[in-house]
Design a protein around this ligand. Structure first.
Ligand SMILES: NC(=O)c1ccc[n+]([C@@H]2O[C@H](COP(=O)([O-])OP(=O)(O)OC[C@H]3O[C@@H](n4cnc5c(N)ncnc54)[C@H](OP(=O)(O)O)[C@@H]3O)[C@@H](O)[C@H]2O)c1
Length: 349
Protein backbone atom coordinates (compact mmCIF):
# COMPACT_ATOMS: atom_id res chain seq x y z
CA UNK A 1 0.00 0.00 0.00
CA UNK A 2 1.06 3.60 -0.68
CA UNK A 3 1.45 6.09 2.11
CA UNK A 4 2.73 9.68 2.17
CA UNK A 5 5.14 10.13 5.09
CA UNK A 6 7.55 12.58 6.67
CA UNK A 7 10.21 11.87 9.27
CA UNK A 8 11.05 15.48 10.00
CA UNK A 9 9.09 18.72 10.18
CA UNK A 10 9.59 21.27 7.42
CA UNK A 11 8.44 22.49 4.02
CA UNK A 12 5.90 19.82 2.89
CA UNK A 13 7.17 19.63 -0.71
CA UNK A 14 10.62 18.85 0.65
CA UNK A 15 10.01 16.56 3.61
CA UNK A 16 7.07 14.47 2.35
CA UNK A 17 7.68 11.35 0.25
CA UNK A 18 5.64 8.44 -1.10
CA UNK A 19 6.44 5.11 0.55
CA UNK A 20 5.37 1.61 -0.51
CA UNK A 21 4.56 -0.60 2.45
CA UNK A 22 4.22 -4.39 2.10
CA UNK A 23 1.44 -4.84 4.66
CA UNK A 24 -1.91 -3.25 5.33
CA UNK A 25 -2.71 -2.29 8.92
CA UNK A 26 -5.23 -4.51 10.75
CA UNK A 27 -8.24 -3.29 12.70
CA UNK A 28 -8.31 -4.20 16.39
CA UNK A 29 -11.51 -4.57 18.40
CA UNK A 30 -13.70 -1.49 17.94
CA UNK A 31 -11.87 -0.41 14.78
CA UNK A 32 -12.38 -0.60 11.02
CA UNK A 33 -9.89 -0.74 8.14
CA UNK A 34 -10.86 1.76 5.42
CA UNK A 35 -9.59 1.63 1.84
CA UNK A 36 -9.23 5.38 1.24
CA UNK A 37 -10.44 6.84 -2.06
CA UNK A 38 -10.45 10.63 -1.55
CA UNK A 39 -8.77 12.94 0.99
CA UNK A 40 -8.55 16.73 1.09
CA UNK A 41 -5.42 18.87 1.30
CA UNK A 42 -6.39 21.22 4.12
CA UNK A 43 -4.21 24.18 5.24
CA UNK A 44 -4.09 22.44 8.65
CA UNK A 45 -2.57 19.31 7.05
CA UNK A 46 0.29 21.41 5.69
CA UNK A 47 0.66 23.31 8.97
CA UNK A 48 0.98 19.94 10.75
CA UNK A 49 3.99 19.10 8.56
CA UNK A 50 5.57 22.55 8.86
CA UNK A 51 5.11 23.19 12.58
CA UNK A 52 8.49 23.24 14.34
CA UNK A 53 9.04 20.53 16.94
CA UNK A 54 8.37 21.88 20.44
CA UNK A 55 11.05 21.77 23.15
CA UNK A 56 9.45 18.75 24.84
CA UNK A 57 8.52 16.92 21.60
CA UNK A 58 10.47 14.57 19.32
CA UNK A 59 10.63 14.48 15.53
CA UNK A 60 8.03 11.97 14.27
CA UNK A 61 9.43 8.54 13.42
CA UNK A 62 7.23 8.44 10.33
CA UNK A 63 4.03 10.43 10.27
CA UNK A 64 1.33 10.49 7.58
CA UNK A 65 -0.68 13.73 7.13
CA UNK A 66 -4.45 13.98 6.73
CA UNK A 67 -7.29 13.91 9.25
CA UNK A 68 -10.34 13.26 7.07
CA UNK A 69 -11.44 11.68 3.80
CA UNK A 70 -13.72 9.00 2.42
CA UNK A 71 -13.30 5.40 1.40
CA UNK A 72 -14.80 1.95 1.60
CA UNK A 73 -14.76 -0.31 4.65
CA UNK A 74 -12.34 -3.15 3.90
CA UNK A 75 -12.67 -5.13 7.14
CA UNK A 76 -13.98 -4.63 10.67
CA UNK A 77 -12.67 -5.52 14.13
CA UNK A 78 -14.27 -8.36 16.11
CA UNK A 79 -16.91 -6.38 17.99
CA UNK A 80 -17.93 -3.91 15.26
CA UNK A 81 -21.57 -4.45 14.27
CA UNK A 82 -22.47 -0.96 13.02
CA UNK A 83 -20.41 -1.09 9.81
CA UNK A 84 -19.80 -3.78 7.20
CA UNK A 85 -17.18 -4.35 4.49
CA UNK A 86 -18.01 -2.58 1.22
CA UNK A 87 -19.82 0.31 2.92
CA UNK A 88 -18.81 3.88 1.93
CA UNK A 89 -17.72 5.97 4.90
CA UNK A 90 -16.37 9.44 5.67
CA UNK A 91 -13.77 9.43 8.45
CA UNK A 92 -12.76 12.09 11.01
CA UNK A 93 -10.71 12.46 13.13
CA UNK A 94 -8.60 9.85 11.36
CA UNK A 95 -4.89 10.68 11.53
CA UNK A 96 -3.00 9.47 8.44
CA UNK A 97 -5.61 9.58 5.67
CA UNK A 98 -2.96 10.39 3.03
CA UNK A 99 -2.49 6.65 2.53
CA UNK A 100 -4.27 3.85 0.67
CA UNK A 101 -5.53 2.37 3.94
CA UNK A 102 -6.25 3.77 7.37
CA UNK A 103 -7.48 2.16 10.59
CA UNK A 104 -9.99 4.21 12.60
CA UNK A 105 -12.24 3.69 15.59
CA UNK A 106 -15.65 2.62 14.30
CA UNK A 107 -17.33 5.67 15.84
CA UNK A 108 -15.15 7.92 13.67
CA UNK A 109 -16.49 6.43 10.41
CA UNK A 110 -19.77 7.91 9.16
CA UNK A 111 -21.80 5.94 6.57
CA UNK A 112 -22.23 8.02 3.40
CA UNK A 113 -25.74 8.19 1.87
CA UNK A 114 -26.02 7.05 -1.77
CA UNK A 115 -26.95 10.52 -3.00
CA UNK A 116 -23.70 12.07 -1.67
CA UNK A 117 -20.75 11.85 -4.09
CA UNK A 118 -17.33 10.59 -3.03
CA UNK A 119 -15.83 14.09 -3.40
CA UNK A 120 -18.50 15.72 -1.25
CA UNK A 121 -18.20 12.95 1.35
CA UNK A 122 -14.45 13.55 1.58
CA UNK A 123 -15.12 17.18 2.54
CA UNK A 124 -18.22 16.88 4.66
CA UNK A 125 -16.78 16.66 8.17
CA UNK A 126 -13.83 18.97 8.98
CA UNK A 127 -15.12 22.24 7.54
CA UNK A 128 -18.83 21.86 8.44
CA UNK A 129 -17.85 20.81 12.00
CA UNK A 130 -15.48 23.79 12.15
CA UNK A 131 -18.40 26.00 11.13
CA UNK A 132 -20.46 24.61 14.03
CA UNK A 133 -17.62 25.17 16.50
CA UNK A 134 -17.08 28.72 15.25
CA UNK A 135 -20.79 29.46 15.45
CA UNK A 136 -20.98 28.21 19.03
CA UNK A 137 -17.95 30.31 20.00
CA UNK A 138 -19.49 33.28 18.21
CA UNK A 139 -22.82 32.80 19.94
CA UNK A 140 -21.30 32.77 23.40
CA UNK A 141 -19.04 35.74 22.58
CA UNK A 142 -22.00 37.81 21.35
CA UNK A 143 -24.11 36.95 24.44
CA UNK A 144 -27.11 38.42 22.64
CA UNK A 145 -25.41 41.81 22.16
CA UNK A 146 -25.87 43.69 18.90
CA UNK A 147 -22.90 44.59 16.72
CA UNK A 148 -21.06 43.41 13.66
CA UNK A 149 -18.96 40.30 13.15
CA UNK A 150 -15.88 40.49 10.93
CA UNK A 151 -14.24 37.47 9.33
CA UNK A 152 -10.86 37.27 7.58
CA UNK A 153 -10.03 35.12 4.51
CA UNK A 154 -13.74 35.18 3.74
CA UNK A 155 -13.21 33.52 0.35
CA UNK A 156 -11.79 30.38 1.95
CA UNK A 157 -13.82 27.17 2.04
CA UNK A 158 -14.61 27.74 5.74
CA UNK A 159 -15.25 31.45 5.12
CA UNK A 160 -17.90 30.64 2.52
CA UNK A 161 -19.65 28.28 4.94
CA UNK A 162 -19.64 31.08 7.53
CA UNK A 163 -21.05 33.50 4.91
CA UNK A 164 -23.83 31.09 3.92
CA UNK A 165 -24.75 30.63 7.60
CA UNK A 166 -24.68 34.42 8.15
CA UNK A 167 -27.10 34.98 5.28
CA UNK A 168 -29.37 32.25 6.64
CA UNK A 169 -29.31 33.53 10.23
CA UNK A 170 -29.32 37.24 9.39
CA UNK A 171 -25.96 37.78 11.08
CA UNK A 172 -24.39 41.21 10.42
CA UNK A 173 -21.16 39.81 8.91
CA UNK A 174 -18.45 41.92 7.27
CA UNK A 175 -16.21 39.86 5.00
CA UNK A 176 -12.50 40.65 4.60
CA UNK A 177 -10.47 39.30 1.67
CA UNK A 178 -6.96 40.21 0.65
CA UNK A 179 -7.51 41.21 -3.01
CA UNK A 180 -9.86 43.30 -5.12
CA UNK A 181 -10.59 40.30 -7.36
CA UNK A 182 -11.37 38.19 -4.26
CA UNK A 183 -13.79 40.92 -3.12
CA UNK A 184 -15.52 40.82 -6.49
CA UNK A 185 -15.92 37.01 -6.26
CA UNK A 186 -17.45 37.29 -2.79
CA UNK A 187 -19.86 40.03 -3.92
CA UNK A 188 -21.05 37.72 -6.68
CA UNK A 189 -21.48 34.78 -4.29
CA UNK A 190 -23.00 36.70 -1.34
CA UNK A 191 -24.35 40.03 -2.69
CA UNK A 192 -26.04 40.97 0.59
CA UNK A 193 -22.82 40.77 2.66
CA UNK A 194 -20.37 43.72 2.69
CA UNK A 195 -16.86 42.83 1.47
CA UNK A 196 -13.70 44.83 2.10
CA UNK A 197 -10.31 44.14 0.51
CA UNK A 198 -7.38 44.46 2.93
CA UNK A 199 -5.13 45.55 0.04
CA UNK A 200 -6.85 48.96 0.42
CA UNK A 201 -4.77 51.13 2.79
CA UNK A 202 -7.88 52.41 4.53
CA UNK A 203 -9.52 48.99 5.07
CA UNK A 204 -9.83 49.45 8.89
CA UNK A 205 -11.70 52.74 8.33
CA UNK A 206 -13.94 51.01 5.80
CA UNK A 207 -14.76 48.31 8.41
CA UNK A 208 -15.51 50.93 11.10
CA UNK A 209 -17.74 52.82 8.71
CA UNK A 210 -19.58 49.62 7.77
CA UNK A 211 -19.97 48.53 11.42
CA UNK A 212 -21.52 51.87 12.44
CA UNK A 213 -22.16 53.00 16.02
CA UNK A 214 -22.43 49.53 17.54
CA UNK A 215 -18.97 48.61 16.32
CA UNK A 216 -17.45 45.18 15.86
CA UNK A 217 -18.28 42.68 18.62
CA UNK A 218 -16.43 39.65 17.27
CA UNK A 219 -13.66 38.96 14.77
CA UNK A 220 -13.38 35.43 13.33
CA UNK A 221 -9.76 35.25 12.26
CA UNK A 222 -7.74 32.60 10.41
CA UNK A 223 -5.01 34.94 9.12
CA UNK A 224 -3.40 36.16 12.35
CA UNK A 225 0.29 37.08 12.29
CA UNK A 226 1.01 40.77 11.68
CA UNK A 227 -2.70 41.44 11.05
CA UNK A 228 -3.77 40.53 14.58
CA UNK A 229 -3.15 43.98 16.03
CA UNK A 230 -5.28 45.75 13.39
CA UNK A 231 -8.06 43.22 13.95
CA UNK A 232 -8.02 43.65 17.73
CA UNK A 233 -8.08 47.45 17.29
CA UNK A 234 -11.34 47.11 15.35
CA UNK A 235 -13.16 45.51 18.27
CA UNK A 236 -15.59 47.45 20.45
CA UNK A 237 -14.81 47.38 24.20
CA UNK A 238 -15.52 43.91 25.59
CA UNK A 239 -15.25 42.35 22.12
CA UNK A 240 -13.78 38.95 21.25
CA UNK A 241 -11.13 37.87 18.77
CA UNK A 242 -11.71 34.22 17.82
CA UNK A 243 -8.55 32.78 16.32
CA UNK A 244 -8.77 29.53 14.36
CA UNK A 245 -5.95 29.59 11.81
CA UNK A 246 -2.67 31.14 10.82
CA UNK A 247 -2.50 31.88 7.09
CA UNK A 248 -0.61 35.16 7.44
CA UNK A 249 3.01 35.93 8.12
CA UNK A 250 4.67 37.93 10.89
CA UNK A 251 3.72 37.99 14.55
CA UNK A 252 1.94 40.23 17.03
CA UNK A 253 3.14 40.00 20.65
CA UNK A 254 0.26 39.64 23.12
CA UNK A 255 1.44 42.84 24.85
CA UNK A 256 0.71 44.85 21.70
CA UNK A 257 -3.00 44.04 21.93
CA UNK A 258 -5.21 46.42 23.93
CA UNK A 259 -6.56 43.50 25.98
CA UNK A 260 -6.65 45.12 29.39
CA UNK A 261 -7.57 48.71 28.48
CA UNK A 262 -10.44 47.53 26.27
CA UNK A 263 -11.44 44.36 28.18
CA UNK A 264 -10.98 42.20 25.07
CA UNK A 265 -11.05 38.41 24.95
CA UNK A 266 -8.90 36.25 22.68
CA UNK A 267 -10.20 32.73 22.15
CA UNK A 268 -8.83 29.80 20.14
CA UNK A 269 -11.07 27.29 18.34
CA UNK A 270 -10.00 23.96 16.84
CA UNK A 271 -12.02 21.16 15.30
CA UNK A 272 -9.44 18.78 16.76
CA UNK A 273 -11.26 19.26 20.08
CA UNK A 274 -14.55 18.12 18.58
CA UNK A 275 -14.17 14.64 20.10
CA UNK A 276 -14.59 16.21 23.56
CA UNK A 277 -18.29 16.73 22.77
CA UNK A 278 -20.64 14.02 24.07
CA UNK A 279 -21.64 11.18 21.72
CA UNK A 280 -25.16 12.64 21.50
CA UNK A 281 -23.82 16.10 20.61
CA UNK A 282 -21.46 14.58 18.04
CA UNK A 283 -24.35 12.67 16.45
CA UNK A 284 -26.29 15.96 16.12
CA UNK A 285 -23.26 17.64 14.54
CA UNK A 286 -22.80 14.76 12.08
CA UNK A 287 -26.49 14.98 11.17
CA UNK A 288 -25.92 18.67 10.35
CA UNK A 289 -22.90 17.78 8.18
CA UNK A 290 -24.84 15.06 6.35
CA UNK A 291 -27.71 17.45 5.73
CA UNK A 292 -25.30 20.03 4.31
CA UNK A 293 -23.62 17.40 2.08
CA UNK A 294 -27.00 16.20 0.77
CA UNK A 295 -28.67 19.56 0.20
CA UNK A 296 -25.91 22.11 -0.49
CA UNK A 297 -22.92 20.16 -1.88
CA UNK A 298 -21.85 23.30 -3.79
CA UNK A 299 -20.74 24.70 -0.40
CA UNK A 300 -18.13 21.90 -0.33
CA UNK A 301 -16.46 22.94 -3.58
CA UNK A 302 -13.61 20.94 -5.13
CA UNK A 303 -10.75 22.99 -6.62
CA UNK A 304 -9.05 20.04 -8.38
CA UNK A 305 -8.23 16.36 -7.92
CA UNK A 306 -4.79 14.74 -8.06
CA UNK A 307 -3.70 11.14 -7.66
CA UNK A 308 -2.21 10.44 -4.22
CA UNK A 309 1.20 9.94 -5.86
CA UNK A 310 1.02 13.52 -7.21
CA UNK A 311 0.78 15.00 -3.73
CA UNK A 312 3.47 17.62 -4.46
CA UNK A 313 1.48 19.08 -7.38
CA UNK A 314 -1.64 18.96 -5.19
CA UNK A 315 0.12 20.90 -2.41
CA UNK A 316 1.31 23.53 -4.90
CA UNK A 317 -2.27 23.91 -6.15
CA UNK A 318 -3.68 24.06 -2.61
CA UNK A 319 -1.44 27.06 -1.93
CA UNK A 320 -2.24 28.98 -5.12
CA UNK A 321 -3.72 32.44 -4.59
CA UNK A 322 -7.34 32.84 -5.74
CA UNK A 323 -7.97 29.09 -5.63
CA UNK A 324 -11.65 28.34 -5.14
CA UNK A 325 -12.51 25.25 -3.10
CA UNK A 326 -10.42 22.41 -1.72
CA UNK A 327 -7.81 20.28 -3.54
CA UNK A 328 -8.35 16.51 -3.29
CA UNK A 329 -5.97 13.54 -3.35
CA UNK A 330 -7.61 10.53 -4.96
CA UNK A 331 -6.96 6.86 -5.54
CA UNK A 332 -7.13 5.51 -9.10
CA UNK A 333 -10.34 4.61 -10.90
CA UNK A 334 -9.56 0.90 -10.63
CA UNK A 335 -10.58 1.03 -6.97
CA UNK A 336 -13.39 3.58 -7.38
CA UNK A 337 -16.50 3.16 -5.22
CA UNK A 338 -18.77 3.92 -8.19
CA UNK A 339 -19.96 7.26 -6.77
CA UNK A 340 -18.07 9.64 -8.99
CA UNK A 341 -14.69 10.25 -7.38
CA UNK A 342 -11.17 9.16 -8.13
CA UNK A 343 -11.48 9.53 -11.89
CA UNK A 344 -10.12 13.03 -12.38
CA UNK A 345 -6.60 12.01 -13.38
CA UNK A 346 -3.72 14.35 -12.79
CA UNK A 347 -4.66 17.84 -11.79
CA UNK A 348 -7.98 18.09 -13.55
CA UNK A 349 -10.11 20.87 -12.11
N1 LIG B 1 -9.17 25.63 13.77
C1 LIG B 1 -9.69 24.66 13.04
O1 LIG B 1 -10.15 23.64 13.56
C2 LIG B 1 -9.76 24.83 11.55
C3 LIG B 1 -10.49 23.93 10.77
C4 LIG B 1 -10.56 24.15 9.38
C5 LIG B 1 -9.87 25.23 8.83
N2 LIG B 1 -9.15 26.05 9.65
C6 LIG B 1 -8.42 27.19 9.13
O2 LIG B 1 -9.30 27.96 8.35
C7 LIG B 1 -8.55 28.65 7.37
C8 LIG B 1 -9.23 28.47 6.04
O3 LIG B 1 -9.15 27.09 5.68
P1 LIG B 1 -9.80 26.61 4.32
O4 LIG B 1 -9.59 25.17 4.17
O5 LIG B 1 -11.18 27.13 4.27
O6 LIG B 1 -8.89 27.42 3.29
P2 LIG B 1 -8.87 27.41 1.70
O7 LIG B 1 -10.18 26.98 1.15
O8 LIG B 1 -7.65 26.71 1.27
O9 LIG B 1 -8.71 28.96 1.35
C9 LIG B 1 -7.63 29.70 1.78
C10 LIG B 1 -8.05 31.15 1.76
O10 LIG B 1 -7.15 31.90 2.53
C11 LIG B 1 -6.82 33.09 1.86
N3 LIG B 1 -5.45 33.42 2.25
C12 LIG B 1 -4.35 32.66 2.12
N4 LIG B 1 -3.29 33.28 2.64
C13 LIG B 1 -3.74 34.47 3.10
C14 LIG B 1 -3.10 35.58 3.73
N5 LIG B 1 -1.80 35.57 3.99
N6 LIG B 1 -3.87 36.63 4.06
C15 LIG B 1 -5.19 36.64 3.81
N7 LIG B 1 -5.85 35.62 3.21
C16 LIG B 1 -5.12 34.56 2.86
C17 LIG B 1 -6.97 32.78 0.39
O11 LIG B 1 -7.28 33.98 -0.27
P3 LIG B 1 -7.09 34.23 -1.85
O12 LIG B 1 -8.40 33.81 -2.47
O13 LIG B 1 -6.82 35.69 -1.94
O14 LIG B 1 -5.95 33.40 -2.31
C18 LIG B 1 -8.13 31.78 0.39
O15 LIG B 1 -9.37 32.48 0.31
C19 LIG B 1 -7.13 28.10 7.46
O16 LIG B 1 -6.36 28.97 8.27
C20 LIG B 1 -7.31 26.81 8.19
O17 LIG B 1 -6.15 26.40 8.88
C21 LIG B 1 -9.08 25.86 10.98
Amino acid sequence: MRTVVHTRQGEPAQVLRLREEPDRPRPDAGEVLVRMLVRPVHPGDLAGVEAPVGPTEQQPEARTPGVEGMGVVESVGVDVHTLRPGQRVAVFPAPGTWADFVVVAADRAVPVPDEVSDETAALMLVNPLTLLMLYRALDSALRGQKGSVVQTAAGSSVGRLVSAAAVRHDLPLINLVRSTSGAQRMRTLYPTLPVIATCDDDWPEQVRHQAGDRGVRVVLDCVGGAMTRDLAELLADGGTLISYGRLGSGTTPLERLPLVQRALTVQGVTVLHWMSRTPKERAQDVAFALDLARNTPDLLEVAASYDLADFKAAIEHARRPAKSGTVLLTTSQATDSGHGAADSGHGAA
